[in-house]
Design a protein around this ligand. Sequence first.
Ligand code: 3PG
Ligand code: MG
Length: 397
Amino acid sequence: MNKMTIRDIDVAGKRVLVRVDFNVPVDAETGEITDDSRIRAALPTIEYLIGQNARVILMSHLGRPKGKVSDKLRLAPVAKRLSELLGQQVAVTTDCIGPDAEKAAAGLESGRVVLLENLRFHAEEEAGDKAFAGALAKLGDVYVDDAFGTAHRAHASVSVIAEYLPAVAGFLMEKEIATLGNLLENPEHPFTAMFGGAKVSDKSALLKNIMDKVDCVLIGGGMAASFLKAKSYEIGQSLIEEGSVEAAGGIISDTSGGKVRLVLPIDVVVADDIVDSAEAEVVPADSVPLGKKIADIGPQSVIEFGRELKKSKTIFWNGPVGVHEIPKFAGGTKALAEILAGLDATTVIGGGSTAEVIHTMGLTDKVTFVSTGGGASLEFLGGEALPGVVALMDKEA
Ligand code: 3PG
Ligand code: MG
């Protein structure tokens, strides 16, 4: 990465304003954080800054409050978890800008950490408002971006703020870019990319960008229906997005030269409806009964996908191959996660729901890297420049 990092600047005694992505899942009923991996992922940066005697001012969004204060989306549960992990009490300011935040930042001692309240309580954050970015910038002497998961958003605290403060990357940002960048630049072959999830449109740019880099592409999940339909198979009532069959057809013809192997499900789990109470049935992928919907890949597909994974030296996986939230439609996703975790290969997991699967199955330590970015990792691998990365100072500047 040709961007400066916290290693390249002197932070001792300085107010270091760090953008983190603490947008973690919180149980609506209990208010408990159900997956704290994004908080843990930022610890190396925070602990390094503490060790350097910096005054650490963290800022994040949580959810999508759309510019309004929402008590459900306050950062108190995050601060509680962070306090436990750091072994020091981390307070949350009442607002992310203004007198309280300024007082907290000014009065912060070296080696101590404070968290600003949810940035998205202000509509100006997502609007990329300059005055708002300036108000945030007043709180720090330098800016550190460690929020890879939000790097694809040109928001005030992500990219605009770099117009006001010297801006460098944190360790998580550096690691994400190095690991994902290596998939594009120097993957060990055979390189297999496995995709699932609902939409073809989410992955189209990525599929195009990696076509000349991968040896094999495996397609499962809701998006597989578009590929099966593009092959003129009956897909019953399976949901497909507008234009996705054409997009899938394009990818099928891109791979028809035989340089890249495109593997689609050979059997699928179907049901009348994607609900827990529905009756599940396995059918061949080319003959889904008229009234049924595809809910998972079938056992023969798991064997076939597994065979490809086992041959690979590098694997990137984004998107569950079935409806992983419903146990009877989670079988394919779980079986493939287990296979992947047992391989002697470089295994990189895209963020979002795929990361959730790996974390909840306790497989985090058995894969090479789990990205903290869902949308961000897709855009990065799609070859797009991420605003949060572009904004940082270049190494030779
Ligand atoms: C995410 O979880 O995708 C990031 O935190 C960014 O959030 P957003 O998708 O609401 O912009
Ligand atoms: Mg998102």
